[in-house]
Design a protein around this ligand. Structure first.
Ligand code: NIG
Ligand code: FE
Length: 428
């Protein structure tokens, strides 16, 4: 802990009026950054600055000031929370989800227990095509009603900003429907939502792949851009889905329409996904269960954020990304949930952090950096969220009384979140 840290702010960062919210006696204010930094990589991933015995003031939806309790000039505030014995964290940023979907798929879960592989289930019309059939059969309003509880569920588990993908529509009308629902979630909940067009998630049943790719290029990308429904474009680059060449063609067309790439890469095979991600200057390459030194070397010479999805590796019994090797090579790592009905039916970032620690041998400090600062960078939100920094959005959670930061991943499966503040408002 960095109890001796002494933060000094210029005049503009001192709150001049009575703050809307003052949190006092904070046992540890986690991820405090005097100056905003974009992301952390390599050895710097293990530095998680914590200010002991701290206060934090919120004005409107912004962090107005913070510091040691000894430096708190006035206790006047519209609302005060005494956080004795409790830690304050910046909300998690979940940079990879598919949380808009029509129905769960626990029947496939049972098939997998009995020995079927993900690829075998997909080949029988299960998997993504199963989700697409169900989603195509319901209205936009119905899809919103079914997806909204998942948004509130991730809020309750500490997430404040989230990326949501399409990819269970697989027709022009249904992909647009999914993205409209994802945007509505951003409008009707306190979550900060970024959306991604993932038309190239699977080839619809009964359609030739080349015809579907033509439709993505000629119809879907222009329509998504026209309605401003997404910031990003994604492709499931994987054997049996889309090849690296097809991926490149699709994301390059997306780029022409202002959609920046992020890629599903190297989940089931060493499919060339990382190579095409780096080549197309993708913001992130996500999954990485199957990578080696070649992919790690390529990522070292790029700005692409390597993103682990430990929930999917766990749920599908896949190898976990080689986090130690990646960090030793100087890479950053981000951690996201991949919340979806087929391969990671959990959007709980505390669980993801536990898995990263237990299965990927990341330290709690590295895992928290990966799930806040680095995911914010992967979503181009570093200026807004991901750390406790004056001027950033007041998206935070206050824990229940706990002994240390490591206690959170250690107590896997139990949440120690006490209060949630999003956009400066107390939500729970
Ligand atoms: O990220 N890998 C591709 N897409 C999802 C799973 C989709 C599904 O099974 O519904 C993933 O794991
Ligand atoms: Fe995914």
């Amino acid at each position: 802990m960095l109890g001796a840290w002494n933060f000094t702010f210029d005049e503009t960062s001192k709150h001049l009026s009575t703050p809307d919210l003052l949190i006092t006696n904070i046992k540890g204010l986690v991820q405090v950054r005097e100056r905003n930094i974009e992301r952390v990589a390599g050895n710097a991933m293990s530095e998680l600055p914590i200010l002991e015995n701290a206060f934090l003031a919120v004005d409107g939806d912004r962090i107005a000031s913070f510091g040691n309790m000894s430096g708190l000039q006035s206790r006047e505030a519209k609302k005060t929370i005494d956080a004795s014995g409790r830690f304050v964290f910046p909300s998690f940023v979940d940079s990879h989800t598919h949380l808009v979907f029509a129905a769960t798929r626990e029947e496939e879960f049972v098939m997998k227990i009995k020995g079927a592989t993900y690829a075998e289930i997909a080949a029988k019309g299960g998997g993504i095509l199963n989700s697409a059939r169900k989603l195509q059969g319901i209205s936009e309003d119905e899809l919103f009603e079914r997806s909204l509880p998942r948004a509130w569920e991730i809020i309750a588990s500490g997430t404040g900003a989230v990326e949501i993908k399409s990819g269970y529509g697989l027709t022009l009308k249904d992909e647009l429907k999914m993205l409209r629902v994802a945007k509505r979630i951003g409008e009707q909940t306190p979550l900060l939502v970024k959306t991604t067009f993932l038309g190239a998630h699977a080839v619809p049943a009964g359609m030739l792949k080349e015809d579907y790719i033509s439709s993505i290029l000629a119809e879907m990308i222009p329509a998504v851009a026209e309605e401003k429904l997404a910031s990003y474009i994604d492709v499931f680059c994987e054997q049996g889905f889309f090849s690296p060449d097809e991926t490149e063609k699709i994301v390059e067309e997306g780029k022409r329409f202002g959609l920046k790439p992020r890629i599903h890469a190297n989940q089931l095979h060493r499919s060339g996904g990382v190579q095409v991600g780096v080549k197309t200057n993708a913001l992130s390459v996500d999954h990485l269960e199957n990578i080696g030194s070649e992919e790690i070397d390529l990522l070292k010479n790029s700005t692409t954020m390597p993103t682990a999805l430990p929930g999917a590796a766990f749920f599908l019994n896949l190898p976990f990304p080689p986090a130690r090797q990646m960090i030793e090579a100087g890479l950053p790592i981000a951690i996201a949930s991949d919340y979806n009905p087929g391969s990671s039916p959990s959007g709980n970032m505390q669980t993801m952090i536990s898995l990263a620690c237990i299965k990927m041998k990341m330290t709690p400090e590295e895992a928290f950096n990966a799930a806040t600062l680095n995911t914010a960078a992967a979503l181009e939100l570093s200026h807004e969220v991901g750390s406790i920094c004056v001027g950033k959005k007041a998206n935070l959670f206050i824990t229940k009384p706990i002994p240390s930061v490591a206690f959170i991943p250690y107590s896997f499966g139990t949440s120690y979140i006490g209060n949630i503040i999003l956009n400066g408002n107390l939500i729970y």
